[in-house]
Design a protein. Structure first.
Length: 240
């Protein structure tokens, strides 16, 4: 039975008025059950519309600034791009690749990579000595940073090779200088890649001043990356 027959069978008076008021609904649904459902929805249409508009208003108010207008898609895209730019610049300003080493006299030395606090984009290897635990812990202690190495002067080209560029892209790193290092905690030997080759130095923990790194004698056909020191023998270094 289609919508037109239902409408004619409704007779006159109040039933005919109800059917004529939902004539488009009956034609679209084609069944009495659909008509009754639509009628029940229409009976509360005013309340549903009021609740729906209020709910939408509350949602839009939360998304928009207090007392300000809603931003367009282009403005939101500009804000997101600026936030990403700031986050990428901030990510290279914090200490990373942190290693803790306990010296023979009980001191704890922390090694990490970070750009110099004053200026510059080149990442440098720093260390900081943690004070003894018997000091006053009520006041926060700021660790003093000390550079580990002297700047490396190499006759080779300082531009990164294709292998190093791909490795930095895979690690999502936008830094220059020393991008990684390997620490042998028992001996204090440090190996790191720079200028497309490998360098090493020895930090005993008792000397003062910066260290001079020396180039490792390796047989290489391309850039040497990702060095690893053998835990049992610090003289054995593997690399890619």
């Amino acid at each position: 039975m289609d919508g037109s027959s239902i409408g004619s069978g409704g007779g006159g008076g109040e039933g005919g008025a109800g059917t004529s008021g939902n004539g488009s609904t009956a034609g679209a649904s084609g069944s009495g059950r659909s008509i009754s459902l639509r009628d029940s929805d229409d009976s509360n249409s005013d309340d549903n519309a009021a609740h729906g508009s209020n709910g939408q208003q509350r949602t839009m108010t939360l998304m928009s600034p207090a007392g300000g207008r809603k931003k367009s898609w282009s403005e939101l895209k500009t804000i997101v791009n600026e936030m990403r730019r700031q986050m990428s610049s901030l990510s290279s300003m914090f200490p990373m690749n942190v290693n803790f080493r306990t010296l023979s006299d009980g001191r704890t030395r922390v090694y990490f990579l970070s750009p110099p606090p004053a200026n510059g984009w080149d990442t440098v290897l720093f260390y900081a000595d943690v004070p003894a635990s018997d000091t006053d812990n009520r006041a926060p202690n700021r660790l003093e940073w000390h550079p580990v190495l002297e700047p490396i002067v190499s006759p080779l080209s300082i531009s990164n090779s294709r292998e190093v560029q791909l490795l930095l892209e895979r690690k999502r790193l936008s830094i220059w200088g020393i991008t990684s290092y390997e620490l042998h905690k028992s001996s204090g030997k440090i190996v790191f890649p720079a200028c497309n080759t490998l360098y090493q130095c020895l930090d005993t923990g008792y000397g003062e001043g910066t260290l001079f790194a020396t180039e490792l004698r390796i047989f290489q056909r391309s850039a040497a990356i990702d060095p690893q020191i053998c835990p049992q023998n610090s003289d054995l270094v593997a690399y890619v």
